[in-house]
Ligand binder design. Structure first.
Ligand code: HEC
Ligand code: HEC
Ligand code: HEC
Ligand code: HEC
Ligand code: HEC
Length: 476
């Protein structure tokens, strides 16, 4: 046993005296110690404080560590080759005496260090993966590229859901797929070849069945839901109008599926459609499996597609994403965003023409973030200073708050670097700002026997705008 070990060790110790192996040993021990210290700090402080700290900690250091591990045997190999070429390779390596306590202790130390190295590499890979799964890595590390999505996400009902839960989901196969496309994305970011804006829809998004349905049960019976909408006019008083929509969301709870959710989803997909454009906004053909299992085909009569368009088009099974395509990256339109800010009191309704002015400054195109933010603030302030000097004086605080609120709306929706502007990503949930539901529900998609996909307002919602009814519902 001793002899065998001796036979292995002698050449290693002898050949190890070369610059490659020395640098390797230095890199490995150096990065290992640094990593350990950082992890200790991280443990005590709870998480890296800066997005780039993560890249360094979980990607650069482990890479150096592994490079060192590779350099060490490489050096041995190179030295052996050089010695052999010059005829200096000894037939017998200098003798090692394993009885020598110094050598024995040295060996034990090396053995322990190797064990520690294995543990470190293992933890490093695990931590690296964990880090790449984090919202911080996805949303902030590539800050220009992901800024629009991250910003909209931070302001949405899903801001506590990790990016990867919708974009990767559970299971090893999608994990590997996402890592492969992730590597391509990192390259695109470094070469600057990514698209601006990042295009939607995402054509290789994992089916909603396997992502959204981890948390949302598709057959939940929601029934009717009252959605109250407030909007403000572009007049001096910012006159408020209130209406409510009783949304017939339905679901699958009783003998047959009902309403918005039930009709399109039931148990699994029941609708398939053919879109003739990249963005799935022009839908030429819709196939619907009705309750009896019969498939009805609806074809667009007002914008019929040519056979080539149909062949080139995308055939897709309808799922959650075809309506909820902006569940978290919900970019707003300026009018609605201002209405919401007024409703929440972030913009005071007491300021004359504030709704009109806010939308006006938001609609202007600015070349970059700094200019936009500065011009918006100045725009709101100057308007009151010039046209309403009394308001500017008496309600200085409100004017300031309004300017800040308008700035914030612009800041979270417009990204000149990424060419993300108002309405770049259409929202399919509705029909006012974008075609949405009316891509199919336009009374123009006809079946062979003359049936259409209905545009009758009350199939989807009742619009309640009678003040008496609203008052009886407690809506003020
Ligand atoms: C609730 C689920 C969900 C979460 C959480 C989520 N996304 Fe998305 N994301 C989507 C869906 C759905 C789409 C596809 C939209 C489409 O196809 O039109 C999308 C699209 C995108 C796009 C393409 C551009 C666009 O705006 O459509 C990017 C980039 C993106 N997400 C990044 C992120 C990042 C970064 C995070 C975390 C900060 C994140 N996503 C978190 C559901 C999610
Ligand atoms: C990890 C769990 C999780 C995943 C995955 C998830 N959601 Fe959600 N979703 C939630 C939670 C929690 C809420 C409730 C948030 C609240 O009440 O503020 C929610 C709320 C919603 C709402 C209601 C939003 C509103 O305005 O009230 C919609 C619609 C929705 N999710 C759609 C989706 C879609 C579509 C997907 C897949 C792309 C998805 N969710 C994926 C957890 C999840
Ligand atoms: C045909 C379009 C459509 C499809 C497909 C669809 N939804 Fe919805 N969903 C809606 C509409 C419309 C609403 C009501 C939105 C509102 O609040 O005004 C809604 C509401 C919701 C809500 C909020 C319910 C509540 O109690 O407030 C959740 C959660 C939700 N959908 C999740 C999903 C999930 C998950 C899927 C896929 C399994 C899905 N939806 C598929 C149109 C759709
Ligand atoms: C891809 C096409 C398509 C889109 C987009 C679409 N629908 Fe539908 N919808 C259908 C089809 C097909 C039917 C079934 C028609 C039939 O009864 O033959 C249907 C039926 C319905 C019904 C049931 C009508 C009834 O008479 O019972 C409701 C409610 C509904 N849709 C709401 C919506 C809402 C809300 C949206 C947008 C958020 C939407 N749909 C988007 C294709 C679509
Ligand atoms: C296929 C289903 C469907 C049909 C048909 C439909 N709507 Fe809608 N409507 C929606 C959805 C979904 C929304 C968005 C709800 C939300 O924002 O939460 C909406 C929103 C609205 C809004 C509110 C817009 C806002 O300010 O946010 C109005 C007003 C409205 N619909 C009126 C009508 C009228 C009038 C008709 C009949 C011509 C009609 N709708 C037909 C599904 C439908």
């Amino acid at each position: 046993m001793n002899n065998k070990l001796d036979g292995w060790l002698r050449p290693i110790l002898y050949l190890g005296r070369n610059p490659w192996s020395m640098v390797g040993a230095w890199l490995t021990t150096g990065s290992a110690v640094t990593l350990l210290v950082f992890w200790l700090v991280e443990l005590i402080r709870g998480g890296p404080s800066h997005p780039y700290a993560g890249i360094f900690l979980f990607m650069v250091l482990p890479a150096l560590f592994i490079a060192g591990l590779i350099l060490m045997p490489f050096g041995l190999f190179m030295r052996r080759r050089a010695l052999r070429a010059s005829g200096q390779l000894p037939h017998v390596y200098p003798h090692l005496d394993l009885g020598d306590t110094v050598l024995r202790r040295g060996l034990i130390l090396v053995g322990l260090a190797t064990l520690a190295n294995v543990a470190i590499t293992g933890t490093a890979s695990y931590k690296g993966i964990e880090h790449m799964e984090s919202v911080q890595f996805c949303g902030q590390t590539c800050h220009t590229v992901m800024a629009p999505e991250y910003s909209a996400y931070s302001n949405s009902p899903h801001s506590r859901v990790a990016c990867t839960q919708c974009h990767i989901g559970p299971g090893a196969d999608w994990f590997v797929k996402s890592k492969l496309s992730g590597a391509r994305q990192v390259l695109a970011v470094n070469l600057g070849t990514y698209s601006r804006p990042i295009p939607s829809p995402v054509h290789h998004l994992r089916p909603a069945r396997e992502t959204c349905e981890q948390c949302h049960w598709p057959n939940k019976f929601v029934g009717d839901k009252l959605v109250v909408k407030r909007s403000y006019a572009s007049d001096e008083k910012n006159t408020e109008s209130v209406m409510a929509l009783l949304m017939h969301i339905g679901g699958h709870g009783g003998s047959s599926p009902q309403g918005i959710h039930g009709r399109h989803l039931d148990q699994g997909e029941r609708i398939e459609y053919v879109a003739t454009d990249e963005r799935r906004q022009s839908i030429a053909v819709v196939r619907y499996r009705d309750d009896s299992g019969k498939v009805v085909e609806y074809v667009s009569a007002d914008k019929p597609a040519t056979p080539e368009q149909l062949a080139k088009g995308e055939t897709r099974k309808m799922d959650c994403i075809d309506c909820h395509n902006r569940p978290t990256h919900a970019f707003e339109m300026p009018e609605r965003a201002v209405d919401k800010a007024i409703e929440r009191g972030l913009i005071s309704r007491e300021l004359p023409f504030v709704r009109k002015k806010a939308v006006e400054v938001l609609r202007v195109e600015y070349p970059d973030k700094a200019t936009g933010l500065a011009k918006i603030e100045a725009g709101v302030r100057d308007f009151y200073a010039k046209d309403y000097p009394e308001v500017a004086k008496d309600k200085a605080k409100d004017v300031e708050a309004a300017a800040k609120a308008v700035q914030a709306i612009w800041d979270r929706n417009i990204f000149p670097d990424m060419k993300v502007n108002w309405g770049v990503h259409p929202n399919n949930l509705g029909h006012e700002d974008f075609p949405g539901c009316f891509r199919c529900h336009d009374d123009q998609h006809k079946s062979a026997d003359g049936k259409t996909i209905s545009q009758d307002c009350e199939t989807c919602h009742n619009v309640i705008d009678d003040p008496k009814v609203l008052a009886s519902l407690g809506v003020k």
